[in-house]
Design a protein around this ligand. Sequence first.
Ligand SMILES: [Zn+2]
Length: 198
Amino acid sequence: MENVLKDMVSSGGDDEGTKQQFLKAEEMRTKSLLKCSKVKFLVEIMDRMGCKVDANSFFKSQHCDGKINGGFSLNEDGSPSIVLCQNHIQDQEWMDRTVTHELIHAFDHCRANINWERDCDQHACSEIRAAALSGDCDWKFEVMRGHFKVPKQHQECVRRRAILSLQFNPMCQGKEDKCVDKVFETCYKDTLPFPEMP
Ligand SMILES: [Zn+2]
């Protein structure tokens, strides 16, 4: 969603604080690739599918103006890349979740060549999977967000977060709920490449 990210990513100024944030994000990202089992698994699977993730060119740590942790986008030549929001990602667990979330989009793009700017159903499906499989909806984060245990809490969280993410795609405006509802059941159940909900 290149055009979305262009509006939301800025250099964040040239000061020492920004530089420190950048270095810390890069360090955490390196650690995710080395140590986070979900991240390592996704990278390896994509490698086998012919969609190699080259750590240094695939990821960019940047300042983000919008309230986002990261973004998946296609470069002008169609190659995918991932932005990690250095001013929002606060700790290693947060980085692991964000990298996993964006790698699910990269995996979906690798397997289905999604048209992110045209196909809201496919985009919705990928957001559902990314929210469900990355750990974004683990109960402890939900409690921190003020959402206490309700029946089907995980599904409700996944649905809510998928709708939120879809709002950043101008093509999906006004039909976020409809798209998410339409594909929810199928996509929530689709845990690939994980054998089950990790
Ligand atoms: Zn997403």
